[in-house]
Design a protein around this ligand. Sequence first.
Ligand code: GDP
Ligand code: IMO
Ligand code: MG
Length: 448
Amino acid sequence: MNNCVTVVVGCKWGDEGKGKIASLTSKNAKFVIRATGGSNAGHTVIYNGKKVALHLIPGGITYPNKIGIIGPGTVIEPKVLLDELALLKDSGVSDIEDRLKISGRAHVVFPWHKDLDELHEQVKEHPIGTTKRGIGPTYSDKATRKGLRIYDLLLPVDELEKKINEDVFLHNQLFLANNMEECVVDSKKFAMTFAEYGQLLRPYVTDVLPIYMETIKNNDGIVIEGAQAFRLDNDDGEYPDVTASHPVTSGCLLGAGLPAQALKLVIGVDKAYNTRVGNGPFPTELPSSIDENGNLIPNQPKLEGDIIRELGYEYGATTGRPRRCGWMDAVMLRTAKYGCGIDVLCINHLDTLGKIGMELGYVKVCVAYSYMGKIINYYPDNTRLTHTIPEPVYETIEGGWKIDESMRTFDSLPEKAKQFIEIVERISEIPVKFVGTGPANDDIIEKK
Ligand code: GDP
Ligand code: IMO
Ligand code: MG
């Protein structure tokens, strides 16, 4: 079998800049695929000089002739998808009707999934801080075999209504028991609305396997644009502060509907500093003015984390929530190498880290953890048992750097920036192939 699949995977907690590098990589490919998650993802691409935040459609579709696929492992909120299609058309992306394919096997996110997401968060002693996009409840219905797939939206309305009825039977009881009468589902009404969505989506709905048969045979390039990230994986992340799908490399292949034997390359994406939105452990997190609900506390003196957030403009592309910020954790990258199978790295925001260093007078990289009296070089999985988060051991680079447009090769970058990349490579044991120096798709330097 030809190895024609490149997987672009997030190494930490999402928002590493996957949209940018996946789009750039898809320049040399024929297909670009979203494989996991749904509109919890927010991938920023720059199109015609304008920032576009995509939630479901892979960013590579903005390049002419590329074919975008939304794979069987995803969960799709039809209205979000239709709005996104309209946004891309309005932005001038052409022939999108002919270039976007949606797997009929992908599952549908309904409004009650978002209500359930909200309810589940309310009853938890420690909420996850989900995106409230209904992701967990939709995958949960999928696992209990009562979820609806995109194919179901193409059924006659009465058949669709029956399926909705079956899905919501227990959910409705839960809503009633929790005084959420306004959330109780009227199956008939939703069957009508979603059948209409089905008709609007019909031209895009397809069986992806025949497409893959031809593509793999012809050795045409395929790029999977990973969503979420290694540390948000339902198994590999720190449960329960994770998402409901499997954003790791193997999950991406499964979610795209592609065989592991077709894999060619895994590009791990990270930022030169780290961020997390939502709750859960973050060893290198720096103090900042965010309260326990994830909201900014106004009128506070600026702390280290606030300075990083402001310089990197770290606010969620999906929810607008302020992101928690901290230093580069290269030990977590090493963990990702072995947990997720990463061949090469793309480190974005090298420009921003230089500015952070100029402002603070130093930058740091976590090169080991101190955990339970030992120095270790991987992230342990029993932290919930020990109630202990590994403490970072840092290497420090004094000062910062400035990256300007004249620097188009890795060698031309400031010495301290190169020193930073050398530390990342040494600790993570992964070669850095790309460094990001700005938000545009082409603001990337290839390290030969
Ligand atoms: P994704 O979810 O992994 O695709 O990442 P997001 O789009 O949520 O967040 C990445 C943010 O960083 C976006 O605002 C990008 O425009 C921006 N970005 C990506 N790479 C770089 C870079 O190298 N430098 C700068 N300054 N911004 C970048
Ligand atoms: P991209 O693809 C950052 C986080 C949420 C929360 C946890 C569970 O843009 O990198 P969910 O709504 O999935 O049930 O929330 O996962 N999360 C993300 N954080 N970027 C994302 O996607 C995320 N998708 C989910 O903040 O902590
Ligand atoms: Mg994002």
